[in-house]
Design a protein around this ligand. Structure first.
Ligand code: NAG
Ligand code: NAG
Ligand code: NAG
Length: 354
């Protein structure tokens, strides 16, 4: 697109936003008819007053709207053009748009518009700006399953944990959705592997706070489940939130929840291999027709403890986790065959016994 074309488009966009402002009141009544989302309505009304009562905001809003529109159209050339002007650059971190207002960066991340995202980052857009739900741009990219945007944001230094004020987190979302590649890059960039959700899942009278391990199990994402354990997820993940704990009479570990939900013997085996406490689950044998194999495995494990080699593996990994050095596991000075064992890789055919 040539320079004059882009300028022309930018001009057209500004007319468009001006027109939009004029029809606010008529569209408001239409909106009232069509929507019962009171939260969105509040933002709509607030936006309305900001536009009309504060001339400075109105000016910003016009520029913001053009930025958002360029990102929405995935027009990185126009976006770069706009951001070369001071009046646009000034509003790069302003939230705008109807419904839930967001920054241009959030828009780029939530739509997976990578080139626009790169232009915004190159122009110094704030990485972890929050929207009204305390979602960061990274979180919205994870939710949209845009791996390249996730990677770009992480490399630029976005917080892999998202915001503590959000009810969910990037890791929880990736684990639930089974996005193993996204989960990997989040964890490689130091995301909290035992992220805690503020949402409680109720399971008859017992419930737990749902961590990523639990979510990947109940949604059947074995690959995510294993990646989480490899990155040091607690196999005895349990509810520790005091407020939650008072409401939950009997918190359940991941192992118990997997047994209850009939999550499949592979999950139980992994939990056992990664050192879950096998003496905790209170087995109700008569109700477990669906999971005989899993229960058998558990009972066998109770009767016959792990080999010393397996115990050592769990101890070494627990220590690395404790000193927050799981990422340095490759630096340990040990023969490749033991390293493979430590990392739960396939053992070579010639097996080692100790
Ligand atoms: C994310 O959480 C982990 C684990 O709690 C912590 O070590 C890390 O510093 C956090 N990252 C940021 C950027 O806050
Ligand atoms: C749940 O609790 C109620 C009493 O609060 C009890 O009557 C019921 O049997 C319990 N159900 C289960 C599945 O434990
Ligand atoms: C879970 O945590 C509670 C305290 O938060 C503790 O009393 C309980 O024993 C724990 N359960 C397991 C299985 O670790």
């Amino acid at each position: 697109m040539s320079r004059s074309q882009t300028l022309h488009r930018s001009e057209a966009n500004s007319k468009y936003s001006f027109f939009n402002n004029k029809i606010v009141s008529s569209s408001l009544s239409l909106y009232l008819k069509n929507s019962f989302n009171s939260l969105a309505l509040v933002y709509y009304v607030v936006g309305f007053f900001m536009l009309y009562l504060n001339p400075e905001d109105r000016e910003d809003s016009k520029e913001s709207h053009q930025l958002i529109q360029a990102v929405s159209d995935d027009d990185d050339i126009l976006l770069a053009e706009l951001l070369s002007q001071e009046r646009f650059k000034k509003v790069i971190n302003k939230r705008s748009g109807w419904g839930i207002p967001g920054t241009p960066l959030r828009m780029a991340a939530s739509r997976g518009h990578l080139r626009c995202l790169e232009v915004l980052l190159a122009n110094g857009a704030e990485l972890d700006s929050l929207d009204v739900k305390a979602q960061t741009p990274l979180f919205t990219a994870v939710r949209g399953k845009y791996l390249s945007c996730v990677l770009t944001l992480l490399k630029a230094g976005a917080n892999p944990n998202g915001s503590i004020n959000n009810n969910c987190s990037p890791v929880l979302t990736a684990a639930r959705e089974g996005d193993v590649e996204i989960l990997k890059v989040l964890l490689q960039h130091g995301a909290e592997v035992n992220a805690r959700s503020k949402v409680v899942l109720w399971d008859s009278n017992a419930s737990i706070s749902s961590g990523p391990l639990y979510l990947s199990a109940v949604y059947g994402h074995l690959d995510c489940f294993k990646i989480l354990l490899l990155h040091g997820a607690d196999p005895d993940y349990n509810c520790t939130d005091e407020k939650l704990f008072r409401r939950i009479k009997q918190p359940k570990t991941v192992l118990e929840m997997c047994l209850r939900h009939g999550c499949g013997v592979e999950y139980i085996k992994l939990l056992i291999d990664f050192g879950a406490n096998v003496y905790i689950p209170t087995l109700i044998i008569e109700k477990t027709t669906k999971q005989n194999e899993a229960v058998e495995l558990l009972l066998k494990e109770r009767g016959c403890p792990k080999s010393l080699m397996s115990q050592c593996r769990i101890a070494i990994r627990a220590y690395l986790r404790k000193i927050n050095r799981m990422d340095r596991i490759d630096c340990l000075d040990m023969p490749p065959i033991l390293m493979n064992f430590l990392k739960y890789r396939e053992m070579p055919t010639r097996s080692v016994t100790f």
